[in-house]
Each structure stands twice: as structure tokens, then as C-alpha cells.
Design a protein around this ligand. Structure first.
Ligand code: APR
Length: 231
């Protein structure tokens, strides 16, 4: 069976109402990155960091998968599909995709600040089932933090992701500015001979062979591509 690896970024969730990071009106406009998404921010103002991710979690829960997420789930009818997402929302899961690697973590999870291997569902370990607050603790008694990869932190699953890319017959990149590494470097692990497609209204600059660009929003470009592949 042909193996399709799909690499997604914030752009695929934009039409579900979740803001991207670097487009006009993007999240970082109200907060400097260092203020909310770094180990230093967590040291200096954990309450602000928790509040920022609590808002993101509430927004993501209120959002619905869009036609692009749903179309990708349909691809599993005929192909071996692996999704590698930089997104921390769960819209791929809720659309029905089954093989999803979250490179930058998940809003729906919390982890221990003492032992990063202790990961929990936010719904199971917080008082109101949605928000992580100061005082919420892991089983060892240390504060819980969002299960998110912050700037300056290693990306624990990058090796696993690069191995998946090495096995791709077809690689699709959707809605990412390709500015954040190491995630953006994954495309260089895809075999030279494999076809690669970028779907984005603002095509990022990428220099690899066999690359095709579809300058469309995800709900148009992804739906069209999936229709072609399932024909
Ligand atoms: N359909 C498809 N793509 C879109 C749409 C849409 N409707 N709207 C915007 N885009 C594209 C933009 O043109 C841009 O290329 O989505 C991309 C969003 O880029 P970023 O905001 O940089 O998001 P992303 O690439 O996912 O960011 C990577 O940076 O801040 C960190 O950890 C965070 O995972 C995130 C990483």
C-alpha cells in the first residue's frame, strides 16, 4: 500500500477558527513568544503561561474539524496515512485520522515538571477538567505543566518523525510557514524520488526535488487533492 506522510501546521486549523502564529492577527501579536512559550517564561510567570494555554485549550475544544481534516481521514480508505502535525489541537483525531504524531505536544495533556515521562489527560487530573492551575500536581507531588514543546526545548519525537519521513512514497505539507526547526527540516528526510506537495495560500520557500505547489486554502486544496487520489 502506498504510504502518504502528511505534515501539517497551524494553517490547516485556520478555517476551524484557530489563529495561526505568524499571519496577521496571529497569537504572538498579543504575547511575545518568550513571555508565554519558553522555559524562562514558566520560571518567571507560570500563572500567565498556564492561563495562555488554558485559553488555547478552550478555543481548540470549541473548534470543529474542517473539510481539510475530514478529507485527510478519508485518505485512510485507500492509503497508509501517517500524519505528523505541529499543531497542539486535536482536530485531526476528531476528524477520524488514526496515525497522528504530535511533534509539538498536545493541549489536551499535562505533564509533571519533575518527571517528563508522567503525562496525563487534562480532563482526568484537573479540578474543572479543562484548566491547569497552580497547585495541580502529578503523582509525585510536583506542579503540572502543559504538555507542549516550548521554544528552546528539544523535540522528543523528531527522530521518530524523521524515520517516518524516510519511508514516504508521497509527502504533503499543509499550512505551515516552514520557519520553525527542527520540524521544518523533516522534508529533507523524504526520499528524493518521492513526490512532494505544498498546500498553502502563501507558499513557503522550500528547496527540494519533485516539489509541487498548490496555492490554495486547506479546505479547497486538500479536498481537491484527496478527491484526485481517491478517484
Ligand atoms: N489554509 C492553509 N494554510 C493557511 C491557511 C489556510 N486557510 N491560512 C493560513 N495558512 C498558512 C500561512 O500562509 C502560513 O504558511 O499557514 C501557515 C501558518 O504558519 P505559522 O503561523 O508559522 O504556523 P506553523 O508553521 O504551524 O508554526 C510552526 O511555530 O510557534 C510555533 O510551535 C508553534 O507549531 C508551531 C510552529
Amino acid at each position: 500500500m502506498q504510504r502518504i506522510v502528511v505534515f501539517t501546521g497551524a494553517g490547516i486549523s485556520a478555517e476551524s477558527g484557530l489563529k495561526t502564529f505568524r499571519d496577521a492577527g496571529g497569537l504572538w501579536e498579543n504575547h511575545r513568544v518568550e513571555e508565554v512559550a519558553s522555559p524562562e517564561a514558566w520560571q518567571e510567570n507560570p500563572e500567565l503561561v498556564l492561563q495562555f494555554y488554558n485559553e488555547r485549550r478552550r478555543q481548540a475544544q470549541a473548534a470543529q474539524p474542517n473539510a481539510a481534516h475530514l478529507a485527510l481521514a478519508q485518505l485512510e480508505r485507500r492509503f497508509d496515512v501517517q500524519i505528523i502535525t505541529q499543531n497542539v489541537d486535536d482536530l485531526h483525531e476528531r476528524a477520524g485520522s488514526t496515525n497522528i504524531l504530535h511533534l509539538h505536544g498536545e493541549l489536551g495533556k499535562a505533564r509533571s515538571t519533575l518527571d517528563g515521562r508522567l503525562v496525563y489527560n487534562v480532563a482526568a487530573v484537573t479540578k474543572n477538567g479543562v484548566d491547569i492551575v497552580l497547585g495541580d500536581q502529578c503523582e509525585l507531588g510536583s506542579q503540572l505543566r502543559p504538555h507542549i514543546v516550548w521554544f528552546g526545548e528539544i523535540v522528543p519525537d523528531i527522530r521518530r518523525a524523521s524515520r517516518l519521513c524516510e519511508k514516504a512514497d508521497f509527502f504533503v505539507v499543509i499550512g505551515t510557514s516552514m520557519l520553525v526547526h527542527p520540524a521544518a527540516s523533516l522534508i529533507h528526510y523524504v526520499p528524493q524520488a518521492a513526490a512532494k506537495v505544498l498546500i498553502d495560500p502563501d507558499i513557503p520557500v522550500v528547496n527540494v526535488p519533485n516539489l509541487y505547489s498548490i496555492r490554495e486554502k486547506a479546505t479547497i486544496g486538500v479536498v481537491r487533492m484527496v478527491e484526485q487520489l481517491l478517484k
